[in-house]
Design a protein around this ligand. Sequence first.
Ligand code: ZN
Length: 145
Amino acid sequence: MTTASATTFQYPRSSIDTQAYWDATRRGELLYQRCADCDSSIFHPRVMCPYCMSDKVGWQTSAGRGKVYSFTVQYVPLRRDVPTRLPLVLGIIEMDEGYHMFSEIDETDITKVMVGVPVQVYFDAVADDLSLPKFRLLASRESLS
Ligand SMILES: [Zn+2]
């Protein structure tokens, strides 16, 4: 028999590689990196370009717009002791600047979520020192046809 333990959330932790990114999310800005040598967009934050291994990576501010690249719908909470709004839509966003990021797609009507739907980032202050980038739909299914 198991007993319920104290709830401990595993929020993302900043590191020397990601501190600027998390500082920006608290200001309501979404950052990504661009390689000065091969001009690739880079996400998640790191010290070297994963495409050409250059260390000339610099921060850029994203407009925060993209399209749903892929998604899944979660109907069952991961933990029974943590309140979770369900269904929860999680997806990969193809950003206009050419990188992809994993995030929550905040839409209660899951029939509106489909591949290719335009989305816009917003920032959810889940703790005093942490804002998570999440996305909302910009258009309905009908506007894509
Ligand atoms: Zn590069």
